[in-house]
Ligand binder design. Sequence first.
Ligand code: ATP
Ligand code: MG
Length: 424
Amino acid sequence: MADQHATVKGMNDILSPEVSKWQFVEEKARSVLEAFSYRELRTPSLEYTPLFVRSVGEATEVVEKQMYTFDDRDGSSVTLRPEGTAPAVRAYVSRSQWNREPVTRWYYLGPMFRHERAQRGRLRQFHQIGAEVFGLNAPSIDAEMIAMLVGMLTEFGLQASDLSVTINTLGEPDERVAYREALRAFFSQHVDALDDDSRRRLDTNPMRILDSKNPDVQTIAAAAPILLDTLGMASRERFEQVRTQLQTLGIDGETDPRLVRGLDYYTATIFEIKAKVGNLGSQNTVCGGGRYDRLVESMGGAAIPALGFGMGVERVLLAMTEEAESFEPALSLFVAPMDERARLWALPVAHRLRMAGIRVEIEHRDTGLKQQLKRADKLKARLALIVGDNELASGKLALKDLAAGKQHEVAAADLEAKIRQLLD
Ligand code: ATP
Ligand code: MG
């Protein structure tokens, strides 16, 4: 039996001060996404298993090894969502969203579940910020999305020069048929050097071998034929347009002809963003995405082109070098009542200040002035309000500016205005 206080391996509690950094990132992400006209989509954490098997793809790491799949009590197989695109497409198709609006922009924020080897930047419950755009196939929307991501990461405090943007095109499915055969022929010549997974993928999905994390396999893959060389004019021209538009947006994306990405549904443009700073180690891909122009139709919808991305929040936080403490909200006021009568008077005063949006803590325990001021200090309060017999009798309250080391006498009626003035 596991320790009764242990979390499930690879799944963490998130609390203060770290949670402040999380909230900062989430708020920034929302405001950037809303500025680009995305609306939030919230889907359940649990989905019927075939949704992921069909969309992510049978011969992928995620479906083969990483899904938390179990039988529900009625015997149906369900899976904790390992990614956000398949649920978004399910929601899009189930309500025939294309009949309601020609272009849909949705974003989501929340936990994803993958049973993988837990390490820094690789969790079993991790969190993604993601978005999908349905109904557009112009190259400009691909560039817009990538530029938005760079913009979002810089809003988090990362420098554009600390990011590397990699793009590639996977072309159209029919263009990949011949390439897949060429790859199969190539890797068949090196079958002895492949690991078990790659050998299996030789039959099921040879392009997946290019995505292997095994260094020996990567060495061989470096000499494999290149997809881009085999694509038709239309695909190559489209890719060129994405590249040009990225340049006009000031993003220098590097083309990596070996970038394939781990999920099966991608077509045309795919991209990844790596962070070259912070505490990430080899798990430094903070974000990945691309087009999936056939997925909506293959899941029973109309022929609607689409694209999306997923960003790993834990990895973003590791890339941000600023300490979590610096994101903690400051306490504005500590209220120090000297006795029960003072507390009776102070509690509604504190309540009104709090409802006016000022961050206030009041001492509920019976302790002396010295201890209360110590506590105010510990909480890094900007101000302290001392309420005792003298103050109540005179109607003049003692408001201490702890940061400036000054004391002000304030009438109860002027308290809120004085606090605001001192906090400014
Ligand atoms: P990797 O190659 O690192 O396994 P992936 O290709 O499986 O990533 P995606 O499915 O594209 O990742 O997910 C998008 C982003 O979500 C990743 O770029 C990463 O930042 C984050 N991510 C994916 N898996 C995990 C995980 N297990 N723990 C933490 N973050 C993750
Ligand atoms: Mg992975």
